[in-house]
Ligand binder design. Sequence first.
Ligand code: ZN
Length: 324
Amino acid sequence: MNQSKIKKSPLQRVKMTLGVLALILVAACSKVEGDGTPATRGAEQEVIQVVTTTGMIADLVKEIGGTEVNTVALMQPGVDPHLFKASQGDIQKLDKADIIFYGGLHLEGKMTEILEKLERHKPTVPVSKDIDQAVLRSGADINGTQFDPHIWFDVKHWISAAGTVRDTLSEYDPNHADLYKQNAEAYIEKLNALDAEVKEKINEIPESGRVLVTAHDAFGYFGDAYGMKVMGLQGISTAAEYGSKDVSKLRDYLVENKIKAVFVESSVPPKAMEAVIAGAKEKGHIVKIGGELYSDSMGEPGSGADTYITMVRHNVNTIVDALK
Ligand code: ZN
């Protein structure tokens, strides 16, 4: 499927039109009621309605907004943000939201247009916006000028995202700025501890074995931050096709470097990685699937990976157990 085809689909057009109509309605209503600009919390407003794209971002907003926010993620566990398209129901949720948080850096590649429209009417904030561009991953391996959007796997970048959420909520709702500050401080302390925990854990893998092979390139920041070489079969976005050349290149690398395990991802079908493993076996090298990592989506409720912190911990434990 190419992009122009998607843009021209009649369903998409209907969705867009509905979205715009709803936006006009929302704008008209707030003018009639006259309770201030939509960029700040109204006096009679009970709870701030926040809509996020991914579950990780919703988790972050809940931590910092506490009881002052009601947060809904559009993407359910296991959903791939690179391929996600907003349904009519999603657009209604976005239209009703007071604040929208998303990943940015083209993580939600198929939602760019909708998010840009919403930005004109309400705070619509990429949580990656305060990360210094100099530390963002870019270059030839990341499709030219685009930055790598998978910032959450360097816990330090997620600390920046926490600051962005705190500042956005405080600006919208200055009366509770102290609360957001306190919540952010407490959560950032936990994130700093998590960052230290990950570093310590990775040290259990012998240096030569610190190679993380996954279905798509979601773990670049993780590799940079915690000292692992990272290889993905599919590139930065799952929207890119992989070919037999990618499979054989990765297979040869595994064989030559005697890599023990590769990892599948909860939001990417495992078929591609199975082909690599079969190829290595034909060449006489047994590679096992080291486990399932949560890359672009958290786990189901009760999975033990249904918050950002438990997701990172699950991934690190899975990686270390398979490679140490
Ligand atoms: Zn991804």
